[in-house]
Design a protein around this ligand. Sequence first.
Ligand code: FES
Length: 88
Amino acid sequence: MNKTVTYNNVQCDEAIAPDSKITTLEYLESQGLKVNYHCRDGTCGACRCQLNRGSVAYTTEPLAYIRDGEILTCCTTPTSDIDITCEF
Ligand code: FES
């Protein structure tokens, strides 16, 4: 089943295919969205976002500090429909 992404309260037009391994960050970039990032490997924390709904899987063990309810977009892939809020 395709996975939808809601980013800062707006649902993205394009869903993620069930077998896609795209990271959350790569997906947001593919949608032309403004996103924060730096290292792209889970070290710096610049891509930290609040996960309001849904679930993600980590593609690599993150080194950056994350609080409960937060995710790093650069090293996660959505495993369900997700709703995230990212601040700049
Ligand atoms: S871009 Fe550095 S932790 Fe994601």
